[in-house]
Ligand binder design. Structure first.
Ligand code: NAD
Length: 411
């Protein structure tokens, strides 16, 4: 079986789906590994390093002809056009926000595996949890970017030239990225507060050194699968208004809030920005084309408001640490491949909850319930949970895979 890595096509993307260590591992399990020439350049990985690890360095066309094509992000239209039925494509496809891409993958007849759809709370899915590995990096880098942009110190500094008070940092959204941002800002010496709508985040935030902020006007808003639910309009307005008071009392804000499949919630409004002190810094990790957690943030750009607040639209932080991000992603994707390959070929077990969570197109159809596929057949989930059966070859499977259960992931 041939597994390939293609060079990423998204502008500015520096990550690569496999690193040489992962190639060694895949070769040891009997796979042929093809790397598109120059695929690792953005992560400072040379073709020679891949070749020494046992990979073949090939053209893009040859890489795109492999049985399974690995990538970090989404395939562009030209890449999809080059694929043939029966091939597998594995990447962070973010299908919930791009129905056209999902349809084009189904039309191409490929087996599309979206690693970001993995049911993250399943214990056996943890080594494959690329959302967490990349969010960890993003949270760490967000705190560093904020500290670098902030014109004062993060730590308390007592010097002969005077005393600098520690920065007050507020982290909005305490998921994987938020927790890492809190920990990193604390290690830099800042005083850190945090807020989230999921009540269980209080103890998590406190365990990494933040003071948790509770709002009196907004109750708990936990959704399914460990995620937050979208707030109602009334809740959203109350949240924005009450948060504004807290925001004004902080020097640095790091926002990470997300609701699966939705526009990131707006937490810092125009009015809240106006109430902040000039020189304050905001890192908006929710910045996206749909809008971010902060009014006026632009993905990939830094803007300064007329009141002197710097807003960094930090949408590509993992890519800015491409060597670390690629190494972690490679471990995630290697673990997923090991799970999917049985007897030297890709196979899917329709009763396996993990596989059902990640396969979005198969045999020319969209098969994931979160993408509008028909309800799945009733299956014995309990038996399948810890002992997946060998399963049928992906190319020959007739029925759509089963749905996620309540444990399920980002759907
Ligand atoms: P995420 O990226 O979906 O969202 C980031 C945070 O934003 C979340 O904590 C969410 O509650 C918060 N948020 C959403 N709307 C908000 C709003 N209006 N105001 C304030 N905060 C808001 O989250 P994530 O980092 O992907 O983590 C999601 C969940 O998955 C968490 O429960 C996490 O513990 C869980 N998780 C579990 C495992 C595991 O069990 N192995 C692994 C990874 C993540």
């Amino acid at each position: 079986m041939k597994v390939s890595v293609v060079k990423e096509t998204a502008p500015g993307e520096r990550r690569v789906a496999l690193v040489p260590e992962a190639v060694v591992k895949l070769r040891a399990s009997g796979l042929d590994v093809l790397i598109e020439r120059g695929a690792g350049e953005g992560a400072w990985l040379t073709d020679d390093a891949y070749a020494e690890a046992g990979a073949s360095i090939v053209s893009r066309a040859d890489a795109l002809a492999a049985d399974a094509v690995l990538m970090v992000g989404r395939p562009d239209a030209a890449t999809v056009a080059a694929l043939r039925p029966g091939q597998a494509v594995i990447g962070l496809l973010a299908p919930l926000t791009d129905p056209d891409l999902v349809q084009s993958l189904a039309n191409a007849g490929v087996t599309a595996v979206s690693i970001d759809m993995i049911p993250r709370t399943l214990p056996r899915a943890q080594p494959m949890d690329a959302l967490s590995s990349q969010a960890n990096i993003a949270g760490y880098k967000a705190a560093l970017v904020a500290a670098a942009e902030f014109g004062r110190f993060f730590p308390l500094l007592i010097t002969a030239a005077g005393t600098a008070r520690p920065a007050k940092v507020l982290v909005l959204g305490v998921g994987v990225a938020g927790l890492q941002a809190i920990g990193t800002a604390r290690r830099l010496g800042a005083i850190v507060s945090a807020y989230d709508v999921r009540p269980e985040t209080r103890t998590e935030a406190e365990s990494v050194g933040a003071t948790f902020i509770e709002l009196s006007t907004v109750g708990p808003a936990a959704g399914e699968g460990g995620y937050a639910r979208a707030l109602t309009d009334d809740e959203r307005l109350a949240q924005q208004e009450e948060l504004a008071g807290h925001i004004a009392r902080h020097d640095v804000i790091i926002t990470t809030a997300q609701v699966p499949g939705r526009r990131p919630p707006l937490l810092v409004t125009e009015d809240a920005l106006k109430a902040m002190t000039a020189g304050s810094v905001i890192v908006d990790m929710g910045a996206s084309a749909l809008g971010g957690n902060v009014a006026g943030s632009v993905p990939g750009r830094t803007v300064v408001t007329e009141h002197g607040v710097t807003i960094i639209g930090a949408s590509a932080l993992p890519s800015s640490m491409s060597p670390a991000a690629s190494a972690m992603y490679a471990r995630n994707v290697t673990a997923l491949l090991a799970y999917l390959i049985k007897d030297g070929e890709l196979a899917v077990d329709v009763h396996d909850e993990l596989q059902a969570g990640v396969v979005i197109t198969l045999g020319g159809a969209i098969v994931h319930p979160a993408l509008g596929a028909p309800p799945p057949p009733v299956v014995e989930q309990a038996a399948a949970a810890e002992q997946p059966s060998p399963g049928a070859a992906w190319q020959t499977r007739q029925q759509p895979p089963g749905a996620q259960t309540d444990e399920g992931g980002r759907s």
